[in-house]
Ligand binder design. Structure first.
Ligand code: MRU
Length: 359
């Protein structure tokens, strides 16, 4: 059975508390928007697509169980809930994008003379459920496009991948983005090995990606972030693949802190560097990466491990959760569900997907 970041059926949402992994696998009920917001903020669920899905499904579950409201009151409640969910974490664009699209949808529904509060409620629930289904399909397509592209570019059937953070089933509705490409390469019998970084300070690589790789029996090795350049030099790495929290119009990409240094090291070693992300992680409203708001997390996430302080008392702490990789370092391409693009092709690919050739 595949690992599941969440379990959903109409009226019921359970989210795997990723803070407890890999020691314990505990699913917790999320029954309303407030709990959805806290689950995201505390990073019980994390990863750009999973954040948006849990946010929207928390609203769907609350709507399913809520008393009947007048149409105007219902619309206000939905719009306020979406605006609130967006404040949970600022860098990943998926929640903000879902909120924007759902807000437009709800306003349009409300303006139709024949809609009732019940029909609006049901269509919002359906919208959130469709998002869940779409994400899994998108990830499988990302996996296929990415694997095909890498196999064309790398003339070697024994592919070695280095990846960062967690981008697998746990960060999405299922299958994963960068880890989805790894899964597809493995399924095609072309994957020799995966190196996953520990991903300090929060250890998404050591706790989550390593867990997924072992669970799937994919040949893999954990390295500390500080070993990544050496791994590229000595371990015949064919490509580096990471996920994204936000890809902006020029291709600059925000992802888990540490991604930027991997891209620099990959360029030095002549190793293609790929970003794998659904188009829901793309944000054409921002031209360049320096406009992306970078979340800063509590200092304890850096100074402590599992509640035990390891840093010297009194030291100052800077804890940005993400960094921005400039487009010119994304030398392999941006792998999406609609194809693989060079960073400068992204804008036209997203506005006119049918007119742009996938590489
Ligand atoms: O702070 P996190 O764990 O939410 O950060 C996650 C990442 O940076 C992922 O690489 C990104 O969201 C892509 S997940 C498919």
């Amino acid at each position: 059975m595949a690992l599941e970041s969440l379990r959903y059926s109409r009226g019921s949402l359970q989210v795997l508390n990723q803070l407890l992994l890999p020691r314990a696998s505990v699913y917790e009920d999320v029954t309303n928007v407030q709990q959805g917001w806290e689950t995201i903020r505390l990073m019980k669920v994390r990863g750009a697509p999973a954040i948006a899905i849990v946010g929207c499904l928390s609203l769907a579950v609350e709507l399913h169980h809520s008393h009947k409201r007048k149409k105007d009151d219902l619309v206000s409640f939905i719009l306020e809930s979406l605006a609130y969910l967006v404040t949970s974490r600022p860098t990943a664009v998926n929640m903000a994008r879902a909120a924007m699209e759902l807000t437009t949808f709800v306003k349009q529904e409300a303006e139709k003379p024949d809609t009732t509060s019940e029909s609006i409620q049901n269509s919002v629930i359906q919208w959130a459920e469709d998002m869940l289904t779409k994400d899994i399909g998108d990830n499988r397509r990302i996996g296929e496009h990415g694997a095909k592209h890498i196999l064309q570019k790398v003339p070697n059937q024994d592919i070695v991948i280095l990846t960062h953070c967690n981008t697998g089933s746990l960060a999405t509705a299922g299958y994963g983005t960068a880890l989805g490409v790894v899964r597809s390469l493995h399924a095609a019998g072309c994957l020799a090995h995966v190196y996953c970084t520990e991903t300090r300070p929060y250890n998404q690589g050591a706790r989550l990606t390593a867990y997924e790789l072992v669970y799937e029996k994919i040949p893999s090795t954990l390295v500390a972030d500080s070993m990544a350049s050496l791994a590229m030099k000595e371990k015949a790495v064919s490509a580096v693949i990471v996920g994204a929290d936000r890809v902006v119009a020029n291709g600059d990409t925000a992802n888990k802190v540490g991604t930027y240094q991997l891209a620099i090291a990959a360029k030095h070693h002549g190793i293609p560097f790929y970003v794998a992300a659904p188009t829901t992680s793309c944000d054409l409203s921002l031209e360049e990466g320096d406009k992306i708001v970078i979340e800063e997390r509590p200092s304890q996430e850096l100074t402590d491990v599992n509640g035990v302080r390891i840093a010297a008392p009194g030291i100052g702490v800077w804890n940005p959760a993400f960094d921005v990789t400039p487009a010119d370092l994304i030398t392999g391409g941006i792998i999406t569900e609609i194809g693989v693009f060079r960073p400068h092709e992204l804008r036209s690919a997203l506005t006119k997907p049918m007119n742009v050739d996938c590489q």
